[in-house]
Design a protein around this ligand. Structure first.
Ligand SMILES: [Zn+2]
Length: 307
């Protein structure tokens, strides 16, 4: 069972689980120069969490890894004030827009895994998920090391893995994980079909038993019909049980310009806009509930018991 920032995550507690969101991202953290979180930002995050709670969301997985603005004590405060469980992430990110933190670059895979396990089993504010990532086109050596370390930490703790992709490489990630003894059902491949990847790519990820993250809902890159069409396609292939939905939202982004211009900040969009629209794509309430309730719980619990 993964841990939330306020203790044991309760799979039996009601509500939608959003598997890939962020509250604060700040690349300045890795050089010790993060922009402070002021009262206004804090209030904004609490407001968003309360809106989510009102909309029926019980758990948010915050996928910000250390060095990129993750503040575990802040997340615990926000979770309590907002009334939504938050599962935080250890791990790291890709190198496409910015080098990884020094401590990732300098560490061996074994050293990284030890660090991740320590965060996943911390008694004060534990993490519950392992974030890994690859750049567009090819996996860099440090990214490969990150995936190997993430697999190792997963084997030791059972914590679920969430992997960032840009325009593909999800299947290559799953190949590496299979070699490292990680069952595909413990892995959420994020941002699938956010670029111009064909639907067949999503289908292949799902057929391998991993979770397909259609988790850029609401972003400018693709309209609602794109995402609803993909959901319908996977449902028709008998793969709805592998689909996870989210927004990759963020309330304040401080980092590379290339990303800053493409952020999205309304994680209630799934409930207010996307799910109601799925009706007209022939996706029943039952299938919607599978994707918003049962699937994310199955993913979070796939690794089995943790310490
Ligand atoms: Zn993200």
């Amino acid at each position: 069972m993964p841990r939330s920032v306020t203790g044991q995550w309760d799979a039996a507690a009601p509500g939608i689980v959003l598997p890939h969101e962020h509250l604060v991202i700040d690349y300045g953290q890795m050089s010790g120069q993060a922009t402070p979180v002021d009262d206004e930002l804090r209030a904004r995050c609490i407001r968003v969490l309360r809106d989510l709670r009102q909309a029926g969301v019980g758990t948010v997985v915050d996928c910000t890894p250390p060095g990129y603005g993750r503040d575990l004590a802040l997340l615990a405060d926000l979770s309590r004030a907002g009334g939504v469980s938050i599962v935080a992430s250890t791990g790291s990110f890709c190198e496409q827009w910015h080098p990884q933190p020094r401590w990732v670059v300098d560490a061996s895979a074994g050293e990284l895994a030890r660090r991740f396990v320590a965060e996943l089993t911390d008694e004060t504010v534990p993490c519950g998920a392992i974030k890994v990532a690859t750049s567009a086109g090819a996996m860099t050596p440090h990214e490969e090391k990150l995936l190997i370390a993430g697999a190792d930490a997963h084997r030791q703790t059972g914590a679920p893995i969430v992997s960032h992709t840009t325009g593909g490489l999800g299947l290559e990630q799953l190949d590496l994980f299979a070699d490292a003894g990680v069952r595909a059902s413990s892995v959420l491949v994020s941002h699938v079909c956010s670029g111009d990847e064909p639907a067949e790519y999503a289908i292949e990820i799902a057929r391998r038993g991993a979770y397909v993250g259609f988790d850029r809902l609401g972003h400018d890159a693709h309209d609602l019909d794109h995402w609803a069409g993909l959901v319908r396609r996977l449902h028709h292939e008998g793969l709805a049980e592998r689909v996870l939905l989210g927004h990759d939202s963020v309330q304040r982004f401080t980092g590379p310009e290339d990303i800053a211009g493409h952020t999205f900040s309304d994680p209630t969009y799934l409930v207010t806009t996307f799910l109601p629209a799925l009706e007209r794509f022939g996706i029943s309430q039952e299938v919607q509930r599978l994707m918003t309730h049962a699937n994310p719980r199955r993913w979070l619990l796939a690794g089995g018991a943790t310490r």
